[in-house]
Design a protein around this ligand. Structure first.
Ligand code: R5P
Length: 294
């Protein structure tokens, strides 16, 4: 027989404390199930509502990208500075130790290399395998206005359906083809379509007039870094994006191609999570870089 429980007189029901039922902290994300929200809360820091995702999935179409030749050497040491790692399943299983504390956002579309028509992608990861790898979200590229627009939108909507069965958020990534103008009108169109068709959050490029893009998109937006810029310019872009409604960054080359990647990602964290201005964050970058070199 188990020991008898305490008597009613010894119990404390905290009758003066009403149970709270808070709204979920992320824009447009209140109606998901527990596992879905838990995954999002592993990507976005509930304290700041923002995320610093480290993107190093570029090899899925362009092979050993500059700075990513040896992910074990150059990227693994950066993992403790990131909230989420954006990568491919091959790199996860071959390089990333299962002891990392980061959430994983997995590149889940692919097919063509840089030698072919890039928009001709298919779904590249089954949601069951993503669950097996404890992934927090699956990312799929959508080429609005591109040659394979419908096919890539269909890739996303099929993943959204599969993901919903398992509580798995889908990140819609808006790709920009050579022939498409990268402006607020286009980015607003592409991000809104991703959200309307079920993406839980969207990744896109920062453009002038970005506040109209975030205003019209009912789910969180994170910005890609794009081509390597001088550190101060990249930090200013992150600052402007956050000020104009972005919920974080998914940055690759501007971190791993920096002269001091660990210092750079810390500076980006300062902007995204701590409200630092670009100049102050750049000063932090220079200080950390000097400490490393000192
Ligand atoms: C492209 O290969 C991927 O979608 C990257 O994750 C994305 O472009 C972000 O990386 P970057 O900041 O280097 O543009």
């Amino acid at each position: 027989m188990p020991e008898a429980d305490a008597s009613e007189a010894q119990k404390n029901y905290h009758l003066d404390v009403p149970q709270t039922s808070d709204a979920f902290f992320l824009k447009g994300s209140n109606c998901y199930d527990w596992g879905f929200k838990n995954r999002l809360a592993r990507i976005f820091n509930p304290a700041s509502g923002k995320t610093v995702m480290l993107a190093f999935d570029h090899g899925y179409f362009q092979g050993p990208t500059t700075g990513l030749e040896r992910i074990d050497v150059s990227i693994l040491p950066l993992a403790p500075h990131a909230d989420a790692l954006m990568l491919t399943r091959g790199i996860l299983r071959s390089i990333i130790p299962p002891t990392v504390r980061n959430s994983v956002v997995m590149r889940s579309s692919g097919g063509p290399s840089i030698l072919r028509e890039l928009s001709d992608e298919r779904i590249a990861v089954d949601v069951e395998d993503a669950v097996r790898m404890n992934v927090a979200a699956m990312a799929v590229q959508v080429f609005i206005g591109g040659e394979n627009e419908t096919q890539t939108v269909h890739n996303m909507t099929r993943l959204v359906d599969a993901g919903n069965r398992f509580g798995m958020p889908v990140l819609g990534v808006t790709a920009v083809g050579k022939e498409l103008t990268r402006d607020a009108r286009y980015i607003g169109l592409a991000t809104r379509i991703c959200a309307e068709l079920g993406a839980a959050f969207v990744k896109t490029y920062f453009v002038p007039g970005f506040e109209t893009v975030t205003a019209a998109c009912p789910v969180p937006i994170v910005i890609a870094g794009g081509k390597k810029l001088p550190e101060l310019d990249a930090l200013q872009m992150a600052r402007d994006a956050i000020d104009q409604g972005a919920s974080g960054v998914d940055m690759g080359r501007n971190i791993f191609q920096s002269d001091a990647p660990a210092a750079m990602i810390e500076a980006v964290r300062g902007v995204v999570h701590d409200g630092m201005g670009a100049a102050a964050a750049h000063e932090l970058y220079e200080t950390l870089k000097a400490e490393r070199d000192g």
